[in-house]
Ligand binder design. Structure first.
Ligand code: ADP
Ligand code: TYD
Length: 210
């Protein structure tokens, strides 16, 4: 029987280091014969990438921002995520709905009930099989961001915003312990990779026989 693919998401506040580790995990899985589709949100489709430019640069009403994030996600699920999983491929997404809860909910204080309604509308039956939450103290993330790049609309937010974002991520992780793994991302990259190697081994248990 063809096994359906797995859906893995990477989450964390800006500067936590999640982008640094996505290619490592994708490559490790590919070396074991798995076809991996790497994608991201907001983005993942031509329409989503166009909307990403707007979302990351332009100020807008909070509800417009939340609705657009979920509109991008609807397209991403239809065009990329579901077809890949049905083919038996694995999907790694740099962010998914937990980011909307963390940023629009925890950061900007949109009531979580509104986000839950959007989540129920857009993907009532789809959740990641595994969500890696890269967690760091705010000061560490800020230092990493400041050292490296020109900051987008979200990255320019202040400490209170990221305190709310990080707290909501941790709340979601406690709410859904079966799919979340928290990675202490304040450590050095090789140490974090050792954790990731362990997780990859866990994910692959049973794959060979199916
Ligand atoms: P994110 O995708 O979570 O916003 P990035 O992966 O882009 O974060 O990392 C932000 C910056 O921090 C990059 O310059 C990256 O090289 C650096 N970085 C990432 N992880 C670590 C780490 N564990 N230790 C030190 N620097 C790191
Ligand atoms: P990201 O791809 O992590 O940015 P970068 O390429 O700079 O690492 O994410 C883009 C930004 O969008 C990030 O600041 C978080 C924000 N975001 C939301 O606010 N809500 C969402 O639902 C998603 C998916 C992202």
């Amino acid at each position: 029987m063809q096994k359906a693919g797995k859906f893995i998401t990477f989450e964390g506040i800006d500067g936590a280091g999640k982008s640094t580790h996505i290619a490592y995990v994708a490559q490790a899985l590919q070396q074991r014969g798995i076809t991996v589709i790497s994608s991201r949100e907001p983005g993942g489709t031509p329409l989503g990438e166009s909307l990403r430019q707007i979302l990351l640069q332009e100020k807008m009403h909070l509800e417009t921002e939340a609705l657009l994030m979920f509109a991008v996600r609807r397209e991403h699920i239809a065009q990329v995520i579901e077809p890949a999983l049905q083919r038996g491929d694995w999907v790694i997404s740099d962010r998914f709905s937990d980011a909307s809860f963390a940023y629009q909910g925890g950061g900007r204080k949109l009531p979580l009930a509104k986000l839950e309604a959007l989540e129920q509308w857009v993907h009532p039956h789809l959740q990641p099989d595994l969500t890696l939450l890269f967690d760091v103290p705010l000061a560490v993330a800020r230092e990493r961001l400041d050292a490296t790049r020109t900051l987008d609309k979200f990255e320019q937010e202040q400490t209170d915003f990221f305190a709310g974002t990080r707290a909501e991520y941790l709340r979601r992780a406690a709410q859904f312990p079966q799919r979340f793994r928290i990675i202490d991302s304040s450590r050095a990259i090789p140490e974090i990779r050792k954790d990731l190697d362990g997780l990859i081994a866990e994910l692959l248990v049973g794959e060979q026989d199916e």
